[in-house]
Every structure is written in C-alpha cells, then in structure tokens.
Design a protein around this ligand. Sequence first.
Ligand code: AMP
Ligand code: MG
Length: 400
Amino acid sequence: MNQGLLSVDEALAQLLGGAKPVAEVEQVPTLAAAGRVLAQAQTSTMDVPPMDNSAMDGYAVRLSDLSSEKKLKITQRIAAGSVGTPLQPGTAARIFTGAPVPPGADAVVMQEHCSVSDDFVLIKKTPKKGEWIRLAASDIRKGGLVLAAGKRLLPQDTGLAASVGIKSLPVYRKLRLGLFFTGDELVMPGDPLSPGRIYNSNRFTLNGLASAFGCEVRDYGIVPDKLDLTRAVLRRAAGENDVIVTSGGVSVGDEDHVKPAVEAEGSLLMWRIAMKPGRPLAFGTIKDSCFIGLPGNPVSSFVTFLIFVRPFLLKTQGQLEVAPRAIDARADFDWPEPDARREFLRVKWNAQGGLDLYPTQDSAVLTSTAWADGLVDNPAGRAIRKGEGVRFLPYSELYR
Ligand code: AMP
Ligand code: MG
C-alpha cells in the first residue's frame, strides 16, 4: 500500500543529511542571547557563590557558644554587599540574606527562632552545623562547565552566564529564511474575498513558526501559479536566504509549478511521504540555499513544518539536539480505522490526564491544530483503543 512512498524517518534522515550548520559565529551581549544557539562551551572563571553567605535573615553564631550560653551579644551587623569581621566567642552577628558569613561563624539562626532585647539575642532553637549557610562554590566551581556548545539558550541560561560574569556570548548567526505561498486562490486578510478565493492562512502559521525557531524571516508573499513568476521569486529568494520554505504547488497537478521551477533553478528531490497529513514534500537546493516545499493544505503544512522543517532548521542553526521528546500518554479515544500511513493526530489533554481527539482529522481543518495541545504519532496501520498508550508529541516539545 505504501509502495513508492518514503517513510518519515527516511525522509528526515535525508533532509538532516543535507542540513549544513551555519559556520559564522557572532558575539552578542548576554542580555540579547536568549533564543540563540551557543557556538562555544562556556566555563566559569570563578566560584559561585564566591563566598560563604547567609540563606536567611537572622543571626550568625558559633555553635560552640550555644552548648552553655543561649544569649549572645550582637557585635556587628552584616547586610548583603558588605563584609563583617571575625566573630568573637560569645557574640553573634546580625546578618541578612546574601551577606557573607563572618569568619568563625558556623551557622545562621533564622530570625524567627530568635528574640532580641537591647544588644543581646536569645537563641531559642539550636541550629545544626552549617545551617542556613550557602557554601562558596556550592553552585558552580571555578573552571567548571556552565553552558554546553550547541544549546539554544533559554532565559535562565543567560542568567547563569551572567552569574559567572560573562557579559557576551558567541552564538551562531541567525538563519535567513525566505517564505512564499503559491496559489492563485490566495488573498490576504483585509483584501476582498471574491468567489473562489481563500485567505492565505499559511502565511501566518509559517511566519510564526519560522520566527519561533529563531530565524530571520523574509516573506515574499503570495506567488501566482505561473512557472516564470515562481522561478523569478525562487531566484531572488535563493540569493537572499539560507533556506527557502514554500507552501502549496508541490503536488503534480497542472497548476503545481514549484517542482519544475526548482528543477529549472537548481535541483530537487520530490518525495511522497508515508504520512498523514502531509504526503508531498519537496527538498532541493538553489545556488547556496536549501529549498523545502511544503504541501498547501494548512494542517499538512503545519505538521510537516514541525516534523521536518523544525529539526532541519535547528540543525542548520548549530543545535545538537533536534529530535522532539515524546511523552507516553493515554488515549481516551478510539481510532478504529487507521491509515496505512503514519498519522499525526491532533489531540488535547483532558482533565483526567488522558488525550482527547479532535473529531475531524481532515488536513484542511485548521481548527484542529489550534484546538490541540499536540500530536499523537501513530504508527502506520495501528488501531487505537480507548485506554491504550500512545506516543504524544506536545506542542511544548515541538516548539523547543
Ligand atoms: P496545493 O498544495 O497547492 O495543491 O494546495 C492544497 C490545498 O491547500 C488547496 O485547497 C489550497 O487552496 C490550500 N492552500 C494552499 N495554499 C494555502 C495557503 N497559503 N493558505 C491556506 N490554504 C492554502
Ligand atoms: Mg496550489
């Protein structure tokens, strides 16, 4: 039944085989580095925290004093940002969160366990050794790895880099991605919708996806179903982008000009993939840019972007981990008539922790993608019975 069709894994392997990571590295301020892919591993030139410090507002004490006397004279006050003096026997230091613990002190008593009168503090609960002291280097050791190369930086990664004093980071340059949308039927929202026309919804979905994966997007808009016009925009886009992604026109109908246009301007592999939604996908090169032609159906272009274009872009950007992490989840639906192709079903978490299925899995019904929380990756021919385990790809993982 799947004769002549390429499997998803075969197509993905070929696609990733053709992904050449960008070589150019640029130094960007750490403050602007979130979302970028780190080009070189970062190590720390310092210990974090750099000194033993208090994890509480309270009193720094010497445990040896507390075996006899519970009342200690307060001889110093150490706020965050200042440094105390060695703590003398029989005394306590008023101390605040983040302030360095004075030499000689071996515990901090939280203020809730103290009562103060005049210059004296009564310790009502004897602390354990080291209590409420954050030890120097307990987070990061000098020379230790802070961030690995090939990681897409999250906000907390930039915070971590800053915590060891790194003010700028080497990242791969942004990928330039060109988009266009083929189809004489397409109009933009805001323009009149004459009979036979539809709105160019793929423009919005694909722009958003490309931006979500950190690309610098150039959008060439709607291209009519004409060979010469398709060739012209391909030529232009190839000169301006690393990757060109298009929607529509990759079937083999008379109005599908993407295939001959790419063949005329560069080289092309046309794939019929054993997946649903999806099936036609084109992969080629034009000059120095890669070309990926997605099907026009809105659900198909969305799903094929996530399954194929996403890992391709991530690898091209220098990211090392590109496979989405799947979750084992429970299907709270029946899927009695599976397709002979691998299916990506639009599903949503329910309050019972299982997955509900969108009732219409038609590749033209875009509502399913907006309603869903992700996709069930269902192997070819597998019927699902309510309560069975399925492989779930949540959007949260597909958007990473
Ligand atoms: P095609 O792949 O060009 O044969 O298009 C398949 C289906 O997707 C047709 O019903 C098209 O009208 C529809 N389609 C193509 N491009 C878009 C688009 N940019 N936005 C919404 N629907 C589209
Ligand atoms: Mg078309």
